[in-house]
Structures are given as C-alpha cells and as structure tokens.
Design a protein around this ligand. Structure first.
Ligand code: SF4
Ligand code: SF4
Length: 407
C-alpha cells in the first residue's frame, strides 16, 4: 500500500532534490502517475513500491516506508519500465540506483546473497569469489594459443575481456574455449588480460554501490591504458553496457562490442566456415542489454540463420518485448529474496515460453543465461525437450570447433 503524504512538518524532500540533481534526474518531475511502468514490470505485481509509487513517495517527501520495503531489492534492471514510460523517465539507471543508494545510506541491508557478491567483487575483483590467479584456468589444455597481454604486451586488434562467469564457471568455460577457437579461425589478432582482468562493475552501480563501481572504473581504465588495441570484445552484455553507457561518465570512452555484433560484422568471412549442419529448431532469447537497451535484434538472428540446418522460430514475446531472464542487475543473487516476497523466477516463466514454440534449442548470448535457463528447464520439466546453448556453441559446432569434437 502506498502511504498517504506525511504531515507537512515531517516532509523531507532531500531525496527528491538529490534525484533531480543527478544526471537524467530532472524528467522525474514530469511523471504523470500513469502506472505504465508498474504494469509493464515483470515483477511489478510483487512490489509494494514499483517505480510509480516510489516517485509518488519521493514527491510527498516520505521515503521511509519505501526504503524499508523489500521492493528496494526486487528490480532486476530489465529496462522495460524505462522503455515504456511515455515521459521517457530513466527509471532503471537513475531512480533505482538512487533509491538503493539512499537505502544503504540509511543503514538498510541488501539481501545476504547480494552482499556476498559485492564482498567478492571488492576482495577478488569477481562476483564468484574466485582467486584472480585462476582467471586463465578456462584456457588450460586449449588447442589454440591464448596471448596473455599482461605477460607479453604487444599491439593487438582486439582485447577480449573474457568476463567473470566465462573465466570461472565450468559451463561457461566451454563457451570461452570455443570463442577462442573461432577468433583464431578468423585470424584476428587478439589477446586477454589474464590475472589482471577484473569485473567491469554494473550490478554494483545499479545497486547503489557507486563507490565500488568508481573504484572498478579507475582500475580498469589504468589497465586498458597500458595496452594498444583497437577495441574491446565482451561475451557479457551487462559489462558491455557498463562500458558503453556508464564508463564515459567518468571520462573513459573505449570502443567496445558485444560478441554478437562483432561476429555479425564478419558474417561474410564466417559463412564459408559454417560447413556442418546443426539440425535444430532454435528459438532465441533476447537478453535485456544487447536487446532492449541497445536495440540490437538482427545480429544474433543473422548469425543463427547463417548456420546450415537451423530453423529459427520466435517466442511470442521477442525483441524489445522479450521477457527478462531475471539474472541481470544483480538478479543472479536475488532469486531467494524475490520469491520470498511474492515474486517468481522469471527464467522459469521464460523457459516455458521457449518450450511453447516447439523449439529443441534455446539460444542465448549472455553468460548468466546458460546456467539460469538450464536450471529452469529442470525445474519446469522441459529439459527433455529443450537444451540451452550459447550462439557461440552453435557456430563452433558448425565450424567443426566445438568442445565435443575436440575431446
Ligand atoms: S510510466 Fe513514467 S509517467 Fe507513467 S507512472 Fe511510470 S514513471 Fe510516471
Ligand atoms: S527495470 Fe525491469 S524489473 Fe526493474 S522496475 Fe523496471 S521493469 Fe521492473
């Protein structure tokens, strides 16, 4: 329930003033309380204070019930509310981080799992709490050379920022090895940053941990400045978006691409290498960062359609209307909190939508989604119909570079 306005004597407009002073904060005054944002939010039904209600409380100068509500930690950063708002108010990247920052300032604690992820990020430079010394473990025994630029600095065309999950998580390490083979086959000059690579931050900024984010921006920028390269390539769409959208606010403006656009630009070079048919009916899940946020819908489909044997079918909700998997914006560490407070795992709902298409492969292009959807397929009971594969795995299979063929 939205609280009635506090008596005038208790009004505290400091949060609203702080919000209005932030970049992109001013349009919040134009909110007409239409409720489109709350209705469009896939978790809005479970939020006591969805975006519309948060703005109302900020305007009436009474944020205390909002800050103590579980709603503060329920947004998964999917960007649907921002895209749908008729007043183009930046809810996802301005309102939510400000509310969370205020909650932290007032001593509220984020859910325990999320706190652990932040502590890991602070101590080890990755959310998984793994040793930085193991950053290159994914490449053990790999049959193509991996140039570690921190040991052997030299100019390269691209630096591949491998990312946390692709470096450490066994299921994602397979995809990393296959991507390394694809880059090598394309005769690209590429290198990695090995033990020096750190998370770029993203979920920490969305969760009001601006200080931690700033520290990461600073140390990553120092690292990038030590190397000569044309652009950064990333497997993780959240990190790509952080680089594209938030790093420039700190004066760090580096050319970067997510791998789907990078490979789609090389489609003419790739096509003759895609020799083996991958006989499958595939449906593609648009991740929120490359998809809804960056409106990149064609590149992943172009890659999939170039693979012989693949028949592409669409889910009813696709492209900018795709349902979020619930893993972004810190959502990977919020499942317990969200379900405890009346929400549900969006990946479970999404895998049902994928199964309804009749596809036998759900293709993804985000490291979080492999494990999320594989788990959801088991939970929902569609794992005998549907397998989850990164686009990289499907390309590698058609190129004869997949892990299966190499072992
Ligand atoms: S959609 Fe925009 S204008 Fe409508 S209530 Fe939400 S923030 Fe306000
Ligand atoms: S970004 Fe997504 S999850 Fe967060 S409030 Fe907006 S619609 Fe809901």
């Amino acid at each position: 329930m939205v609280q009635p306005p506090a008596p005038e004597a208790e009004l505290d407009l400091s949060f609203l003033e702080h919000l209005l002073a932030s970049p992109d904060g001013e349009p919040i005054l134009s909110c007409m309380q239409c409720g489109t944002c709350s209705g469009a939010c896939p978790l809005g039904h479970a939020m006591e204070y969805p975006p519309r209600a948060m703005i109302l409380q900020a305007r009436v100068g009474d944020m205390s019930p909002v800050l103590s509500s579980p709603s503060v930690w329920m947004c998964v950063g999917c960007y649907t509310c921002t895209l749908r708002c008729p007043r183009e108010i930046d809810l996802t990247d301005t309102l939510w981080p400000a509310v969370r920052d205020e909650a932290l300032q007032k001593g509220m604690q984020p859910p325990a799992e999320l706190q652990t992820a932040f502590q890991n990020l602070y101590m080890y430079g990755n959310v998984l709490g793994q040793s930085p010394r193991k950053r290159l473990k994914w490449a053990d025994g790999l049959d193509v050379p991996v140039l570690d630029l921190t040991k052997n600095p030299q100019p390269v065309e691209i630096i591949w920022l491998v990312g946390c999950y692709p470096s450490y998580y066994p299921r994602n390490q397979v995809v990393s090895r296959e991507f390394a083979r694809i880059l090598t086959k394309l005769e690209v000059s590429w290198g990695v940053l090995g033990v020096k690579e750190k998370s770029l931050g993203d979920c920490d900024r969305l969760f009001g941990e601006e200080g931690l984010f700033e520290t990461l921006v600073e140390s990553n920028n120092e690292l990038f400045e030590r190397h000569q390269f044309k652009e950064l390539i990333l497997l993780d769409p959240h990190s790509f978006r952080a680089l594209q959208q938030f790093y420039p606010r700190y004066g760090v403006d580096i050319p970067a691409q997510h791998y789907v656009t990078y490979l789609a630009e090389r489609i003419d070079q790739l096509r003759p290498l895609l020799q083996k048919p991958v006989n499958a009916t595939v449906t593609y899940h648009d991740n929120c960062c490359v998809g809804r946020r960056c409106a990149c819908f064609d590149a992943p489909r172009e890659l999939l359609e170039a693979i012989p044997g693949i028949s592409l079918v669409e889910m009813a909700r696709n492209k900018d209307n795709a349902l979020c998997c619930g893993g972004g914006g810190g959502g990977m560490w919020l499942d317990a909190h969200i379900t405890e407070h009346g929400g549900h795992r969006l990946s479970d709902e999404r895998i049902r939508q994928a199964a309804e298409t009749g596809a036998n492969v759900l293709a993804v292009s985000c490291p979080y989604e492999l494990s999320r959807f594989e788990d959801s397929a088991k939970v929902v009971g569609v794992d005998d119909q549907l397998v989850v594969r990164d686009i990289i795995e499907l390309l590698a299979e058609s190129m004869g570079l997949s892990e299966k063929e190499k072992t």
